[in-house]
Write a protein that binds this ligand. Sequence first.
Ligand code: PNS
Length: 162
Amino acid sequence: MASISVCPGSFDPVTFGHIDIIRRASKVFDKVYVCVLNNASKHPLFTVEERIVLLKEVTKEFGNVEVEDFHGLLIDYARSKNASAIVRGLRAVSDFEYEMQITSMNRVLDESIETLFMMTNNQYSFLSSSIVKEVAKYSGAVSELVPPVVEEALRVKFQEKK
Ligand code: PNS
C-alpha cells in the first residue's frame, strides 16, 4: 500500500523553509499532498489561487508531490486522500504550543491519522512567511528566503498596493 501524507499550511507565500519540508517529506512518503488551507487567525496577502500557482511552480521538480486547496477541516482533507500522516515543520520552541494544540485537536477528530514533525533545517529556523512579507513590503532583499518566482510575486503584490 502506498504511503500518503499531507503537508498543510497557509503558504502565504511559500518559502525555502516550506520547500525544504516538502522535499524531505517527498523522500519519506510515496505521495505528498501539499494543501493550502484557511488559517482563521491570519489575513492572507495572496489569494488561494495565487498561492497554488506559486506552490506548483516551486514543487514541480518533485514527481510525487501534488498541490491543492481545501475549504474545510484539515483532517477531512487528509481522510479524503487516504493519508496516514500530516507532516508539519517545527522551527523553535515558540512553535510548539500552537502545534501541540492543532495536533491534539486533529487527534480528537481522527486518531488514526498521525501528525509527524520535521525539524526545520537550521538555516531556515528563523524563517516565516510573515517575516518575508515584512521585509518585502519595504523592498528589502528576500532572495535568500524565497525562490525568484515568489520574490517577483511579492514585488508585484506590494507594487499594486502602493
Ligand atoms: O501555515 P499555518 O498557517 O501554520 O497552517 C495552519 C493550518 C492552515 C494548517 C491550520 O490553520 C488548519 O489546519 N486549518 C484548517 C482548519 C482546521 O482543520 N482546523 C482544525 C485544526 S485546529
